[in-house]
Design a protein around this ligand. Structure first.
Ligand SMILES: [Fe+2]
Length: 270
């Protein structure tokens, strides 16, 4: 578990007045057109997503859900339609950003622009959503236009407690083959992020790992895939099919950020 920016006052006393926002990050469903189909690895992603969502539903209801990309393995509108059903069943706000396996235009048609905003304001916090998908490439990039918009937003109001969410990690993960397909212009993104005093965390998918790193007061947090994990440190693409999971975050009104990962073990035949 990571805790960022301890507040000066007693956080428990403040929580009575203004309860923290409970955010759930889901990522990398990799659903296929056919709900019973399997990926190249032999893994059936949809029953695994259902297992993870069932576990999530058995816990305290979050305030909102954010999905950080690779919702569909091949950008399938049928997969997006089923995902909308799964997430709407929670009865809370949910939002999505595209990953390298997604089709952003198809996502916008299926989900509508209101589920893919540039920013979410919740309590005293702000979550900035970035689309880093580049057509036909596994690596990602933030466009010059999005970077200019982000810089302008943070220049205007950089002190507000803020999370940034994107699919591709803007930092090295220590897993060589994943770092080779990361965010190609990460350094440009980090300039406005590290200049703004309010950035508490950067959330991403793509790694299929419970990655956490702390730098300059910002936590960089990867999210497990709901379908399969990519073992940390592997030199070549490899898959761990044994579990899936999600990340939960508590956004305290004081600016304190708490985060942890939850796992679901899969039977070998899942
Ligand atoms: Fe993925």
């Amino acid at each position: 578990m990571v805790m960022i920016e301890p507040p000066p006052d007693d956080p428990e006393a403040q929580d009575f007045i203004d309860p923290p926002v409970h955010l759930v990050q889901l990522s990398d469903f990799h659903l296929l057109d056919d709900p019973r189909a399997t990926l190249e690895s032999g893994i059936a992603p949809e029953p695994r997503l259902e297992c993870v969502l069932e576990a999530l539903a058995s816990q305290a209801r979050p305030d909102l859900i954010l999905v950080t990309g690779d919702l569909a393995h091949r950008g399938s509108p049928r997969a997006y339609d089923r995902i909308a059903g799964y997430l709407a069943a929670f009865g809370i706000p949910w939002y999505v950003i595209p990953g390298n396996h997604d089709d952003p235009r198809c996502m916008r048609r299926c989900f509508g622009g209101e589920l893919m905003p540039d920013a979410i304001h919740v309590g005293s916090w702000r979550i900035l959503l970035l689309d880093t998908a580049v057509a036909d490439r596994p690596s990602g990039a933030i466009s010059a236009r999005a970077l200019a918009r982000l810089t302008e937003t943070l220049t205007r109001d950089g002190a507000r407690p803020t999370l940034v969410a994107l699919h591709h990690p803007p930092c090295a993960s220590g897993t060589a083959w994943l770092d080779a397909i990361g965010l190609t212009n990460a350094e440009a993104l980090l300039v406005p992020l590290t200049a703004a005093s309010g950035i508490r965390g950067v959330l991403f998918g793509h790694l299929h790992q419970d990655f956490e790193a702390l730098s300059g007061g910002i936590v960089y947090a990867g999210c497990p895939s709901t379908a399969m994990q990519f073992p940390r440190g592997s030199q070549r693409p490899a898959v761990d099919p044994s579990r899936g999971g999600w990340r939960s975050l508590k956004l305290h009104a004081t600016g304190l950020l708490e985060s942890r990962v939850h796992w679901v073990d899969f039977p070998t035949e899942a």
